[in-house]
Design a binder for this molecule. Sequence first.
Ligand SMILES: [Zn+2]
Length: 221
Amino acid sequence: MKKNLFSFRLAFAILLFYPFFLKAEPDSGMTPKKALQQLMNGNGRYIIDKLEHPNRTLERRQSLSAKQEPFAIIIGCSDSRVSPEIVFDQGLGDLFVVRIAGNVLGPIELSSAQYSAEYLHSSLIFVLGHENCGAVNAVLNHQTKDIEPIAKNIETAIHNNKINFSNNALENAIKANVRWVVQELRKNELIANLIKEKKIEVVGGYYHLDTGKVELCCDIQ
Ligand SMILES: [Zn+2]
């Protein structure tokens, strides 16, 4: 009888403290695959106009006041039509967003992504290009006078990827730019190590302005 009581108390103690053991684990069960699925599910809801607006309550806000663990990093364009929390239907504390015209990757953008990857334990970096990107279009049309630092990054991306200019030159250039940023991120030492440990993955996508669809792209090996 006494033995049974001891077993019961032990089981109760384990149950009581189990959540604390779980909390000690920084990634709390999130994986690159699950993170990508969560984004694509949200985009699916957005496409058919069935938004859930998750994680936007007062409780969520207060639970994040001491710390954040965004499951994904988005490197996206500043374009007003491509807001990551909206197109992926996510909420507070879900996404660590780096937004810059042309979704380029300079030293500042890279260090922002590294910060979230290393210290906030994000499981995915999603590079999000989009249809009719004005910054990429400006580069193709040699109208880069006012966006020189951004244009330089895009030019490098385009020159380092074989682009078909005869058909859909703008779309091809936008996708080449996404591909370049993904490749550069994967080459980064810190991120490469996290990939090796299966803690993070880097993918690229192309957003369609009219349908709202985020298509995984862009011939990334
Ligand atoms: Zn853009």
